[in-house]
Design a protein around this ligand. Structure first.
Ligand SMILES: Cc1cc2nc3c(=O)[nH]c(=O)nc-3n(C[C@H](O)[C@H](O)[C@H](O)COP(=O)(O)OP(=O)(O)OC[C@H]3O[C@@H](n4cnc5c(N)ncnc54)[C@H](O)[C@@H]3O)c2cc1C
Length: 371
């Protein structure tokens, strides 16, 4: 690397999605000089493409306690993030449509309830009182009054303002090409410059595998290319956050009347190209399931469908903590439901980096590293 050294930081965060931005914010508030280096714009990758659901029902049981704490952070965003981010609690229903799904729903929701989520099973009549727009097809219905959503369109603006107010140096359109050990810190190469820092935080979403390779680690970060679509603005047709036991559906109606439809239906793409092509049959399948659930969606016109890339580990558990064998390097990502949980995970990791004991365990990546 060239010796064009121009800046010194206590911590450089590589990747400005919700994971990296939250970590950076809390490091700065803990007294560190911090920079965020983002290849594109803040919160424009998965942290923008996602459908904004903040659901306790669609989190793995082990992550429910983290989700519950993060929910509180979403609720109090105006205090710690500085603005309202469209946090809306409507309660959520998860629907099983056949016996197999009902069995799965019973087991999974039982585990999540045991982990602390206030989930109950309710009959169709009660479900239709809560959600008058609901069809009568469901065999089993789970309800959680905490389920919510927030506005993914404003989150990047909110973090940019908060980071700037706390003195974080924000470098957008600054892809990092590599990181090397430099004395007791690191040299971070971006374009033509090199930034020196005591610590680095890798927060690269689906690109985390490549970032960890800079440290000699071959970690199997998987990339899912998932679809979301949105209808034109409609009169009120529903008032809850709806999901399916199959995991193939999320629906919610925003304050402007548009209905967001997701559920992890796949599109075509990869980490080099991005999400490039919606698969028509998958879009139709997603919309059919949505319409089967909320019949008034028959009146809706879909105005846009898009793809986002979601990072996962094979065990579906996050990577949050130190990078093995690289004192001063940390990783955060692969958090299933990372939009919901990102604010809390970022705070936990910042606590660890600041030398404090995080109030809940981190997710050690050494389970994927043999050294
Ligand atoms: C379609 C879709 C729907 C989803 N729906 C939900 C949902 O409803 N609820 C929920 O809780 N979760 C949802 N998720 C998951 C959630 O969006 C993600 O877990 C979360 O946003 C990940 O945040 P992140 O900061 O780790 O990654 P990202 O937001 O992807 O941020 C990583 C950043 O790293 C940057 N980067 C990469 N390489 C470099 C480099 N070399 N140099 C500098 N910067 C770099 C990227 O540009 C990017 O901005 C969904 C995901 C998708 C894709």
């Amino acid at each position: 690397m060239s010796a064009n050294v121009n800046l010194d930081f206590d911590a450089v965060v590589v990747g400005g999605g919700i994971s990296g931005c939250t970590t950076a914010l809390h490091l700065a508030r803990g007294g560190m000089r911090v920079a965020v280096l983002e290849a594109g714009s803040l919160c424009r990758a998965a942290s923008n493409a996602n459908s904004g659901t903040l659901s306790m029902q669609i989190k793995r049981a082990a992550l429910v306690p983290y989700s519950m704490r993060s929910w509180e952070l979403w609720k109090t965003a105006p205090q710690w993030l500085g603005r309202d981010v469209g946090f809306t609690v409507q309660g959520g229903l998860t629907l099983a449509y056949d016996d197999e799904e009902a069995e799965m729903l019973e087991i999974r929701m039982g585990e999540r309830r045991d982990a602390g989520a206030p989930i109950e099973f309710i009959g169709l009549e009660r479900a239709q009182e809560i959600e008058p727009g609901l069809s009568g097809h469901a065999r089993l219905i789970a309800y959680c009054p905490m389920d919510a959503f927030s506005d993914t369109l404003v989150i990047g603006h909110a973090y940019r303002a908060a980071l700037a107010a706390d003195g974080v140096a924000i470098h957008e359109a600054s892809p990092v090409a590599g990181i090397e050990r430099d004395g007791d810190g690191f040299a971070v190469a971006t374009g033509e410059s090199v930034i020196r820092t005591r610590r680095v935080v890798l927060a690269g979403g689906v690109w985390l595998g490549r970032m960890l390779a800079w440290f000699g680690h071959d970690v199997p970060v998987e990339c899912g290319v998932d679809m979301v679509s949105v209808t034109e603005n409609m009169p009120p047709i529903m008032r809850t956050v709806i999901g399916a036991a199959s995991g193939l559906l999320t629906i919610k109606q925003k304050a402007n009347g548009s209905v967001l439809i997701g559920g992890g239906w796949k599109g075509i793409g990869n980490i080099d190209m991005g999400g490039v092509e919606v698969i028509p049959g998958n879009l139709i399948g997603n919309l059919r399931l949505a319409h089967y659930t909320i019949p008034r969606l028959a009146e809706a016109r879909v105005i846009r469908a898009w793809l986002g890339m979601d990072a996962n580990m094979p065990d579906f558990m996050p990577l949050v903590g130190p990078v093995p064998g690289a004192e001063g390097a940390f990783v955060i990502g692969c958090i299933r439901g990372g939009y919901t949980i990102g604010p809390y995970m970022g705070w936990l990791l910042a606590e660890r980096i600041l030398g404090r004991e995080p109030e809940m365990p981190l997710f050690d990546m050494s389970r994927y590293v043999s050294d």
